[in-house]
Design a protein around this ligand. Structure first.
Ligand SMILES: *Cc1c(COP(=O)(O)O)cnc(C)c1O
Length: 214
């Protein structure tokens, strides 16, 4: 068995006691097709990328061959890249401003496609991080529905590296329930167990599956 497949199975095993229905996004950014292929052949369907151009290059042909593959945009999305992102991706995890919401709306309309979208929350109030402040999430969500008819499925966060992860994840769960959304995208290689324990429904795991990135 290939090491990435082995790693994925180990993670699934750990998660079985917590939530066996949790979705694992294998974050394949910076890894080439050869490295990803064994996991696709094993039958894993959810992959995450953080750059539109890299994703287009790597995934366009693969997705045409296998329609079951689901691609997640987990990185910052520039408005000028949205027209390339919409045809390729199935999910966007990084919506955090109205200009982007409008652009997604317009590009989706052009090709009659509706992606599943997460609103990114800056849960640790960090200056350098993207995402909305907690207090603005509910109103932003309403506008996305009313003005742009977006299919918002949940909330996403990248918590600070230091501090108590559980506090951040619990805050996310509370906020998700308050707003009335279904999904929570949180938890990476270093904290996916905590995230799963706090109600995450989509984990974004890279290095723990594929190994260290260059
Ligand atoms: C790279 C990345 C991940 C995966 O990180 P690992 O620590 O390798 O699991 C998850 N989420 C986002 C937004 C990322 O950019």
């Amino acid at each position: 068995m290939h090491s990435s497949t082995n790693n994925l199975l180990n993670i699934k095993n750990e998660l079985n006691n917590i939530n066996s229905k949790i979705n694992i996004i294998a974050v394949s950014k910076n890894f080439n097709i050869e490295k990803i292929m064994p996991l696709i052949e094993f039958g894993h369907m959810h992959y995450g990328e953080n750059k539109v151009q890299e994703a287009v290059d790597k995934w366009t042909a693969l997705k045409q061959k296998d329609k079951r593959l689901k691609l997640h945009m987990i990185g910052k999305l520039q408005t000028n890249k949205v027209k390339f992102a919409i045809p390729l991706f199935d999910y966007i995890h990084s919506l955090d401003n109205l200009k982007l919401a409008e652009k997604i709306f317009l590009e989706q309309k052009k090709i009659n496609k509706s992606l599943k979208i997460f609103i990114q929350v800056n849960i640790g109030k960090e200056d350098q991080k993207s995402g909305l402040d907690i207090k603005n999430v509910e109103e932003f969500y309403r506008i996305c529905l009313k003005s742009f008819n977006l299919n918002i499925v949940g909330l996403m966060c990248i918590p600070p590296i230091t501090g108590n992860m559980r506090d951040y994840f619990n805050k996310m769960l509370e906020l998700k329930n308050l707003v009335g959304l279904k999904e929570l995208s949180m938890g990476m290689s270093n904290d996916y167990l905590e995230a799963a324990n706090c109600g995450a429904s989509f984990l974004r795991i890279g290095s723990k599956i594929f190994g260290e990135r260059n």
